[in-house]
Write a protein of this length. Sequence first.
Length: 256
Amino acid sequence: MPFQLKPVVSVIMPCHNGGQYIKFAIESIQAQTLSDWELLVIQNNSTDNSSEIVQSLRDKDARIQELDCQTPGAAAARNVGIAAARGRFIAFLDCDDQWLPNKLQEQIHLLEQESAAFSWASYEVMDAAGQTMRIQRCHTQTSYIDLLYKRKVIGCLTAIYDTHQFGKVMMPAIRMRQDYGLFLKLLRTAEQKGLRAIGLDQCVARYRVHAESMSHNKMRAAYFQWRLYRDIEKLPLMSSLAAMGRYFMHGIRDRA
């Protein structure tokens, strides 16, 4: 399909020294059966060869753009991408993860079929070498409370929301867990406005776990999880403690 002035989907990809994996991530977008997309790669103070890799791919594919963000952190970088996005639907893929070829087609079809505003899906968890470790299955129905207390989860690499129904919704300004904060905001808004949110219980992406990934540092992740409860969601102390308890239980279950 020829490149459209206003693509259906804008894919947001923050990059900080992602040269090891970014080519595979971008090629997984180029392999999509739904080809009407734009990719916004936001360079976030990279010092490796990731920009050169993106430029070489961009020279052959006009759907790829590269933006710059000097403010450290994935939240700031993703928000630069969201602000610049021209597509109706906003989707996310980190530079070390991958999509399966039918990802966009299946989820956009679901959103249109169900007149939904927000969607997520199941995904594979792989190690640094790309070997599948497990399948993270999603629930087709998730509420704000379910997500808040970690009874259900949403993988950022599968999330898509409709700007025609939500407008452009930015991620909270926090160094980690900003995607979680966005999904809480989307679910809360959907419930307030009567918008539909629906999951696709089908593996459409591959999430990479490796030593350099932000989520690999469990103590740091827990700190920002607490900050999100207290500073972003403004939960009372006891509610925050209860939510943190569920967070730690969820982590123990995943490791088991």
